[in-house]
Design a protein around this ligand. Structure first.
Ligand SMILES: [Zn+2]
Length: 468
């Protein structure tokens, strides 16, 4: 086809530009509009308020959504998109579909609880406070999910096809290649990229040929030190247990819990950790844990060969599942030593709040942060050494030890991001650095220009660019 016949394609950054959350990228070509990811803005209040803005384009005019993975900053806006008139299919890998069935209804339930609580306590500026969406809205959008296999191109709308490749970030996570018939080039979305040494999942697959690349930059300005991080994790657990303290680990329900359990099992099997109860206190984390065990037992293609068939590797001795909220509250009266793993991972909500409220004020205890802590979250406040933190309407003094283990993050660091880009057979026409706070995105952009000599840009929120 001659260049004169090329159909133009336009990429529009509707979220995840200059922030780590709210990922939403729209491609319009040949009269079709495809949305890649449909995430919630999270963290700082200004960002969260963006979720309430009118969607920048009419949701009824979007033909299909393609999801890279199930994390809410990539999927959590779907129930609202659907309620606002979107009626197309939502394509995702099978494990992403399974995880969305856990995460999205829970997100709706949480929004309803928060609105109810705000009305009861009277702290909302709007009365009555309304949820962004409900559990019912979430269930409604699950019907639109269409599971698709890895490594096989499928049609998403007339003229548009997509291919998922493993991204190694969480179970089901994928990079997405989009091709438009009659338009030049291929656009690759990294979604969130995992780490080469994830203990359970294979590393991200090679990028393949691409004319346009969107790459995440959560840790675009940092390198993880794995050896030191594992040592710091082991020593903090052993030190806290020895002084009879409680280790509270705010953990993202999906994947981080499995990594923490993997390392606790390693530590226990080495004989260094005496028998200590390990409570997993999050119904969502427990549901995700079952999916991980099934994937490992079934030797799913994403699972590392050395752990395939061995689900016991994420079942340390002493593991106790906390199911009801009564059981969760009962832990408040229990003396250490013990380990409590509870959501949410940045301490923005969930059961971990009452554990922090009960354990922060005691120097024997440890709060261990095992993932990225976005600006504006309680996790970030703790990480920055605040003397007090506000929890459930009260200020609580921080006397517990705060330990940061960022290498347990399931995000690639800057070297791993550059290595993934380097696997492209020919330089892309343009690389867009997305899904990072501005400093991290700019830093990765400079590194891409310096090390790879690729054209790279940090797009602005709501910016449009021609990609064909
Ligand atoms: Zn993610």
């Amino acid at each position: 086809m001659s260049t004169h016949d090329h159909k133009p394609a336009v990429l529009n950054f509707l979220g995840g530009a200059g922030t780590v959350t709210g990922s939403k990228f729209l491609i319009a070509s040949a009269g079709r509009r495809i949305l890649i990811d449909c995430g919630l803005f999270q963290g700082l209040k200004d960002l969260r308020l963006r979720n309430w803005d009118r969607f920048p384009t009419d949701p009824r005019g979007i033909d299909a959504v393609v999801l890279t993975h199930a994390h809410l900053d990539h999927s959590g806006y779907l129930p609202l998109l659907r309620r606002s008139g979107f009626r197309g299919p939502i394509f995702a890998t099978q494990s992403t579909v399974d995880l969305c069935c856990i995460l999205l209804p829970d997100s709706g339930r949480l929004q309803e609880e928060e609105a109810r609580y705000a009305n009861k306590a009277g702290y909302s500026r709007h009365f009555p406070a309304k949820p962004l969406y409900t559990e019912e809205d979430a269930f409604d959008c699950l019907n639109a999910l269409r599971p698709m296999p890895f490594d096989t191109a499928f049609e998403i709308a007339r003229s548009f096809s997509a291919t998922f490749r493993p991204a190694g970030h969480i179970l089901g996570s994928a990079t997405v290649r989009i091709e438009v018939d009659g338009a030049a080039g291929t656009t690759v979305f990294s979604g969130d990229l995992g780490r080469r040494n994830h203990p359970l999942l294979k590393p991200p697959a090679k990028i393949g040929a691409a004319s346009t690349v969107l790459i995440e930059s959560t840790y675009g300005d940092r390198a993880h030190d794995d050896v030191k991080s594992i040592e710091r994790f082991d020593e903090a657990i052993l030190r806290t247990t020895a002084r009879g303290g409680v280790t509270v680990i705010p953990s993202f329900a999906v994947d981080r819990t499995e990594i923490v359990l993997f390392h606790l099992r390693r530590l226990a099997s080495s004989g260094r950790l005496p028998d200590t109860p390990i409570f997993v206190d999050s119904p969502m984390a427990l549901a995700a844990l079952r999916l991980y065990k099934t994937a490992i037992s079934n030797c799913d293609s994403e699972v590392r060969p050395e752990v395939a068939g061995h689900p016991e590797l994420i079942e340390p001795r002493g593991l106790i599942e906390v199911k009801t909220s009564e059981e969760s509250i009962a832990l408040n009266g229990r003396p250490g030593p013990m380990i409590i793993i509870s959501a949410s991972g940045m301490a923005t909500g969930g059961r971990v709040l009452h554990h922090l409220a009960h354990r922060l004020n005691d120097e024997r205890n440890t709060i261990m942060l095992v993932g990225y802590q976005a600006a504006g979250t309680r996790g970030r406040t703790l990480l920055e050494g605040a003397p007090n933190v506000k929890l459930l309407g009260r200020y609580v003094p921080v006397r517990a030890e705060i330990v940061d283990v960022p290498a347990f993050s399931v995000h690639a660091d800057r070297h791993e991001l550059i290595e993934w880009l380097r696997s492209v057979p020919a330089p892309p026409e343009m690389t867009f650095v997305v899904h990072g706070e501005v400093a991290a995105a700019e830093s990765l952009r400079n590194e891409i220009a310096k090390q790879l000599r690729f054209g790279a840009a940090v797009p602005r929120q709501l910016e449009h660019v021609r990609i064909a």
